[in-house]
Design a protein around this ligand. Sequence first.
Ligand code: HEC
Ligand code: HEC
Ligand code: HEC
Ligand code: HEC
Ligand code: HEC
Ligand code: HEC
Ligand code: HEC
Length: 398
Amino acid sequence: MKRLNKNGIGVGLLSLSCLLVCAARLHSQQSGTAAIQATTPERVGTEPWWPTKSTVALEAFAGSSSCSGCHAEAVAGRLITPMQRAAEHASEARFLKVKPLINFSSPPFSYSLTANAAGIEYSVFAKGHRLSRNLDWVMGAGELGRTFLYQMDGHWFQSRISAYADPAALDLTTGLSRNSSADLIAALGERLSPEDARRCFSCHTVHSTTVTGFNPLHAEPGIGCEACHGPARKHVSAMREPAMHSAKDAQESDTDIFDPAKLSPSDSIDFCGSCHRTFADVVLSAGQSTGTAVVRFQPYRLEESRCWRETLDARMTCVACHNPHKPLNRDATSYDKNCLQCHSATSGEHAQHAGNLCPKAKSQCVACHMPKVFIASMHGTFTDHFIRIVRPDEGFPQ
Ligand code: HEC
Ligand code: HEC
Ligand code: HEC
Ligand code: HEC
Ligand code: HEC
Ligand code: HEC
Ligand code: HEC
């Protein structure tokens, strides 16, 4: 098991080379106070419920639509929160409705996306030949971009080009390379291994893999309520049955639903990390990303901060700053209150885990201490969650 003890030393079934390399790396990066760290595969294998868990029966899920009528606040965010809209069936995709034809040229190939009655037709052309596919899925809400999935000969493929927001145009899919000598099949997209296809759906949809195996036909698109709260059919029937509800209240027994508010701070970060990548996921992964690309793994970056390492405090979890039921708040000033809980004169000596005061400014803390990093291959800007003093002459700290 890839559990790491307090000092970040991997124990158990790690390969020897990884054990040496990873343990050394963890040791240098984590302070002695860091909590027990686990990888997502290990969490998924051992916890009764954890996001991306794939051994639950389809019948145990109720669907996000069944939460309406109760939980008004969480439900209201459902259609406007990019995370909850992280995938769409191509037949229902809205994004091409405004502009029904998009072209892109990458010699010797040219590409097009065309809205048609069935949804979206995706084509590649070269030297008078053409290969077309009707798309099955659109992955990504489009904050940065969208990538397309289709099937061919019983396999899943991801499109070689994606639709990006900035600039609004098609371009090569992040992580894929250009190959001018490819045949049309390879130019159109890249075949996904069954495991990569399964993982893709598990982070962008709900219950695509259940106890009966991988079947994206019955997946709920996007990070629906049960992607985080787990199968809810029992909860929905219990809450709809007033007698049972009050009996439950009386006994203070559980509500048959997973409540992430009860997680410890460290587990809470790992919970969001099940898709955003935990500290251990990043450090122990075989082909660890290097350079600025790691900036998109927020849990990993956040846990490098002294604010976290010296406190392990609930005021430093993802949900302390982000409401998962609402779109991301883009007003830098709105995060001041989070920082000032620890870094203010009034938090004082009596406040637990108080930090020093800033000698430079009193507001917009994140603008200087959580710098933006532009990643060209992803056509987007990410926020470095490694909270720190940024020195003008220093490079990107790993
Ligand atoms: C008929 C109304 C109703 C429906 C439908 C319903 N809930 Fe609830 N839910 C409740 C009530 C009432 C509580 C508070 C229970 C308590 O404290 O005993 C609750 C509590 C919760 C909690 C907090 C759990 C806890 O232990 O405090 C979560 C999370 C939750 N619901 C999620 C969902 C999700 C997700 C759905 C849809 C799949 C859903 N609910 C559908 C009525 C409902
Ligand atoms: C089941 C996978 C999954 C889990 C669990 C998950 N996320 Fe996400 N999250 C995503 C995906 C996928 C996106 C990208 C959505 C898109 O734009 O297509 C995302 C996007 C986001 C965004 C940016 C959204 C925006 O409005 O631009 C934030 C913030 C975020 N997640 C926070 C969280 C927090 C906090 C948690 C833990 C409570 C969490 N996520 C758990 C998959 C997940
Ligand atoms: C381990 C979980 C995970 C896997 C596997 C995964 N994604 Fe994502 N994806 C995310 C998260 C989290 C985000 C949001 C921020 C980020 O890291 O870019 C995201 C963002 C995206 C975006 C940008 C969305 C936007 O609104 O700009 C696209 C497009 C995307 N993923 C496509 C895919 C495709 C296609 C696959 C599979 C072939 C895939 N992802 C596999 C977790 C995952
Ligand atoms: C990305 C993960 C994620 C998704 C998706 C999600 N939730 Fe939550 N939800 C959480 C977390 C985390 C908490 C605990 C927040 C905290 O600690 O303050 C929570 C808390 C709740 C609660 C408890 C009451 C409260 O406000 O503390 C209810 C009810 C709830 N969610 C309902 C829903 C419903 C309904 C949906 C779908 C519309 C949904 N959630 C989607 C992560 C999620
Ligand atoms: C101390 C506050 C704080 C904490 C804690 C925090 N974030 Fe953020 N997060 C931010 C800010 C500020 C932004 C940038 C908002 C904007 O665009 O103006 C952001 C942006 C994001 C984005 C959008 C993509 C990007 O990089 O800009 C995602 C996804 C995200 N956070 C996920 C997470 C996850 C997952 C966690 C837990 C590991 C987390 N955040 C913890 C403050 C925080
Ligand atoms: C749970 C309490 C807590 C929260 C919340 C918190 N910090 Fe900290 N932070 C600390 C502690 C403790 C230290 C270590 C002592 C110090 O340098 O102030 C620290 C250190 C720092 C440092 C110095 C880092 C270094 O490398 O020397 C900066 C800068 C900082 N915090 C900024 C922020 C900003 C900006 C926010 C909000 C986005 C924030 N902190 C939120 C507790 C916190
Ligand atoms: C205009 C950019 C800027 C803004 C805005 C800003 N800071 Fe700073 N902060 C700095 C710089 C630069 C330093 C390093 C000062 C030095 O070492 O000379 C610093 C230092 C710090 C330190 C370390 C202090 C010490 O004595 O160790 C903390 C903690 C901190 N800032 C927190 C915050 C908080 C909290 C906010 C919001 C209330 C904030 N900062 C807003 C630029 C900024």
